[in-house]
Design a protein around this ligand. Sequence first.
Ligand SMILES: [Zn+2]
Length: 388
Amino acid sequence: MRLLLLILLVAAALPAAAQTPVPDPVMTPLVADVLFPPRAVPGSDGRRHLVYELGLANASPAATTLQKIEVLEADTAKTLFSLDRDDVARRLSIGGRRGAESADLGTGQFGVIFLHVPLDAAAPTPSALVHRITLRLALPDPVEITETAGKTDVSGVPPPVLGPPLIGKGFVAADGCCDTIRHVRALLPLNGRFALAQRFAIDWEQVDGDNRLVKGSLADPKSYTIYGQPVLAVADGTVVSARNDLPEQVPGALPANLPIAEADGNFIVLDIGGGAYVLYAHLQPGSVVVGAGAQVKRGDILGKVGNTGNSQAPHLHLHVMDGPSPLLANGIPYVFDAFTVTAVDSAGTPDFDKAEATGTPLTLTPLTPPQHLHKVLPLDLSVVEFSR
Ligand SMILES: [Zn+2]
């Protein structure tokens, strides 16, 4: 008995610093969790980018308005990025569904905020992040509360390095990283969990010498500059799955009532090792020259750009993911070994959409001289030249 008491006293006398401090329990209105730990990617703007999603649930008995979200480096509490209420209102999707954005979370409501944190070239990549959230509770006397939540590690795994997927000039990186919506926010509830395979996808199109994506009949796939371009293996790898039999869609509108299994049209999934899989989607019928099990070398021609599946204009949808299913996977960042940026469309996605839908030229700002870049990701609406 005396021995046990002695052990207890000695244990109590051990310095507290030897143990992980246990926080005191505090009631918080919001529950917050990062859906997938982010992984930084160097971009063609010279910065590194963290792109990820924070799920938020209002577990309080009152409606809340999110006034501010600060992204902090977890170790130092240094603020890396800050969103005000208007920013939140553009990025918080109720239920995680695109098109339902709000800064307000009602009692019991859940939302997902799509975050993009750019890091200056000289700044170190943080090893972990946490979020300081300032919110207003709609009580008879409104109360402002700040809570810290949603801690996540940042993956230190470098992004895979890819060779060119296409060869030539004038390739436009549409719906690319990091603030566009169609890929970056393509969060899907699948098989009982969230998946975001397209987070870093690019829809590659191409301009002609007059900066046009399409010339001639808008309803004919052959009118589009990129149509029929050979698509190359971006790395040595093994084909996991492929399809070659779906017909071209008529450009101009997305097809109605397409089964989810046909969304990618004719496609190839290539296992490039290290847990990375590359999806090539919307390929021309009959053009896919590889099947499941085929071993390919970087630079091998795999197929041709087409307009099959859920596509309204010929393009190459390319993304990298952490599993073999084109939808039921998590999108991971990647970089290209080498490419040249010759111009950017600083007029943004509406300009691109108009050029695709009407045949007007893109509003391009040429880069003089062109920028030769290595091991970075071309950011949204960069115009890129790839060579062998
Ligand atoms: Zn796409």
